[in-house]
Design a binder for this molecule. Structure first.
Ligand code: ADP
Ligand code: MG
Length: 699
């Protein structure tokens, strides 16, 4: 039998077919259940009527009650407004309308008592309320009960149809006061008791119409937990499903190549963090389950070496490995960086990108399918239809946030059996976000920098300081160092960007003129080969200054470069600034990052710059970024379900998030397939959630 919640919205008192159409079309509300899950985003506190004499402060929402005394139009032109004086016997306050003057004039009735709700504007002690909400208190109709009034998200379309907040309030009220009102519990008893949660039925009711603030908090506490609990549960169920249904390759020995490399060719001692993460990966390889691990490590923390050693384990167990990078520059850099090491072990590594010539490509593919290539490095070209491996055992995805879902899906189909997957990212994600976004992946963190690195000195300078900055650059170049000089993308148009980059070059070379100073210029309009040529010149120290747009953002490694200058730094996001800064500080010399801005930054812009100046810690920066932008804007969150959270905000509900994760884990440990009677509420809740594709299923 269908539940009361599944009743069509048109059958609710006060709705009817026409308004039901609007609710469906505008807000996706088809049933009573939908209506009750259309949560208010705030409440107006109508539990009190203030006296006008008691009003203090500015920007405060208040409810007043009194009579309208005098009315009229004041001002002219832009300042033309309609003014009424509200008097409650203790004092008076101005009510002001700038729009809808004719309508207000018709509606207002001097002498009638009104309940007034609005935001106080306190201008040098003179208080007024602009565009207040008015309710006439008529002597023979009962006044609206004083309470917390929910405010719902609305669309313009609803407003045009004169379906305002009041309509939704009444509808929700009719639903929760219906004799049939009921909402099934979806949390197990044990959890309700442990956390002293109120029932789902009460929580929903209180969320719409709280008796008071503390009841509202109780409702939110429970519903936030519930949201996060189900998000975690879905991640963990997916992981469980994957593990039960797919076998992972077992790499249970560390063999000759790994040992040879580790003992004879390792160019430096691994950091403790690198060793720990490598051990975590080795453990994954032995379990018989597919490894899906996210390796987070700040720029320069040495992720490539961890990838290299992991690939050697795959090879020692008779498999091939591949490593994917988001751009040709990066793929080539990885290839060049790994080549000598790999060759010294008598193994074969090859590079496959979009610009690999057709003939060469054919030969490569043949060798790959016959197992003559041990490691293939490349861009998306690695996952094109015709790329067949003989035995693909490990896929390393570098800087994953540049890879789309569809690309990962293709990769998934490549191997005959599922290869292990390591996803490497230098975009640090705060713990809370990682738990929500990558809830079904294991996460490792390389939280230690190789020894001897000096923290990068970061400064903020205004454009007027350019002469001094140029002198500083000159000095660094005289010491044998190299300089990155970055300009932001100005427009979507590549042509305009190129123009602005060229005028940037003119500006810089006006101070530091060629041929004394040698330049490379890199931008999005260059062909891959031209870009590589320019990058290589800089890498080989044939040039001193690399003028670039953000194409150099990720992964580029030129240890001799010691200064990163960023023009119009206020235009960059924090993650991007941190990535750019990570291009320097890779050698043993002291490195610098100079952030140049115009004067007069926005508050947000100032915070970003100040954060960069204050810290080098990518995780701290990511946390500020999350605060400033919200999870929806961060890389990789789009498909994660974080955005479907209606109440919980992972920025502020960390402890709830952790609790929900722990409880979901404990629950599945006891009842993996949700077969026990006390898992019934969970099972029926999950059955209601439409089957969505979860992106992480495929990586
Ligand atoms: P990222 O984590 O940003 O990908 P890389 O793997 O490119 O960092 O490493 C940055 C630099 O640090 C490289 O030049 C690399 O050879 C070097 N490196 C990596 N690990 C160590 C280590 N344990 N000790 C010294 N240098 C290291
Ligand atoms: Mg890297």
């Amino acid at each position: 039998m269908p539940h009361w919640l599944d009743t069509g919205i048109e059958y609710l008192k006060g709705v009817g077919p026409q308004r039901a159409e609007a609710l469906k079309k505008e807000l996706g509300i088809h049933t009573l259940g939908d209506l009750l899950s259309h949560y208010p985003f705030r409440h107006e506190d109508r539990s009190q009527v203030y006296t006008i004499a008691s009003l203090r402060g500015d920007d405060v929402w208040v409810q007043l009650q009194g009579k309208i005394r005098a009315i009229g139009i004041a001002g002219t032109g832009q300042g033309r407004r309609y003014v009424a004086i509200l008097s409650d016997g203790t004092a008076e306050i101005e009510l002001v309308w700038f729009k809808g003057i004719v309508y207000v004039d018709k509606m207002l009735n001097p002498g009638t008592t009104y309940r007034v709700y609005g935001k106080i504007n306190n201008f040098k002690g003179k208080m007024s309320i602009a565009h207040p909400e008015l309710d006439a208190l008529l002597p023979n109709s009962p006044s609206q009960p004083l309470s917390m009034v929910p405010v719902y998200p609305l669309t313009e379309g609803m407003r045009r149809k004169k379906l305002e907040n009041k309509f939704l309030v009444t509808a929700a009220q009719n639903a929760v006061t219906s004799p049939l009102f009921n909402i099934p519990e979806n949390l197990p008893n044990a959890i309700l008791e442990k956390y002293k949660f109120i029932s789902r039925r009460d929580a929903i009711k209180e969320l719409h119409f709280p008796q008071n603030l503390s009841r509202l908090e109780e409702a939110k506490r429970r519903l936030k937990f519930e949201e996060l609990f189900y998000l975690q549960l879905r991640h963990l169920l997916l992981k469980g499903f994957r593990n039960r249904n797919y076998k992972g390759l077992i790499f249970n020995h560390v063999g000759t190549h790994f040992n040879d490399f580790y003992n004879n060719h390792l160019p430096f001692e691994l950091t403790g963090a690198q060793k720990r993460v490598l051990k975590e990966i080795r453990n994954d390889f032995k379990t018989g389950l597919q490894c899906n691990r996210l390796i987070q490590g700040d720029v320069g923390s040495g992720k490539t070496m961890v990838a290299m050693l992991s690939m050697l384990i795959a090879i020692d167990n008779g498999y091939q490995a591949c490593m994917m990078a988001p751009t040709e520059i990066l793929a080539t850099q990885h290839f060049v960086g790994l080549q000598d090491w790999v060759n010294s072990l008598g193994l074969r590594i090859e590079l496959l990108t979009g610009s690999t010539p057709k003939k060469k490509r054919e030969l490569l593919l043949k060798d790959l399918s016959e197992g003559n290539i041990h490691i293939l490095v490349g861009t998306h070209a690695l996952i094109e239809q015709d790329v067949q491996y003989q035995k693909l055992g490990l896929v390393v995805i570098d800087e994953q946030h540049r890879f789309g879902v569809a690309q990962r899906a293709k990769l998934w189909k490549k191997g005959q059996s599922l290869p292990h997957i390591l996803v490497m990212t230098a975009t640090p994600i705060p713990r809370t976000l990682a738990m929500t976004v990558y809830g079904d992946l294991e996460v490792s963190v390389i939280d230690e920098m190789p020894a001897g690195r000096k923290p990068i000195v970061t400064v903020h300078r205004q454009e007027s300081m350019r002469p001094a900055i140029m002198d500083f650059i000159k000095n660094e170049i005289a010491k044998g160092r190299q300089i990155y000089y970055v300009f932001p993308l100005i427009e979507d148009s590549e042509k305009l960007d190129l123009n602005s980059l060229m005028s940037g070059y003119d500006m810089v070379s006006g101070y530091l003129s060629p041929p004394e100073f040698k330049y490379s210029i890199v931008h999005g309009k260059l062909k891959p080969a031209e870009k590589d040529a320019a990058m290589n010149q800089f890498k080989n120290h044939q040039t001193d200054i690399l003028i670039a747009t953000t194409v150099i953002e990720v992964g580029v490694n030129v240890p001799n470069a010691s200064v990163m200058v960023i023009e119009n730094a206020e235009r960059f996001g924090l993650a991007q600034l941190h990535q750019l800064r990570g291009r320097v500080g890779r050698g043993n010399e002291q490195s610098y990052c100079i952030l140049i801005t115009k004067p007069g930054l926005s508050e947000n812009g100032y915070k970003r710059i100040a954060t960069m100046v204050r810290t080098n810690d990518g995780f701290e920066i990511a946390k500020v970024d999350l605060e400033l932008r919200g999870p929806g804007e961060l890389d990789g969150t789009k498909q994660s379900g974080v955005l479907e959270l209606k109440l919980a905000d992972i920025r502020h509900d960390e402890s709830t998030l952790i609790a929900s994760r722990v409880e979901a884990q404990l629950w599945l440990e006891r009842d993996e397939l949700l077969q026990n009677p006390d898992s019934e509420p969970i099972k029926s809740e999950l059955a209601k959630i439409p089957n969505r594709t979860v992106w992480s299923k495929i990586s």
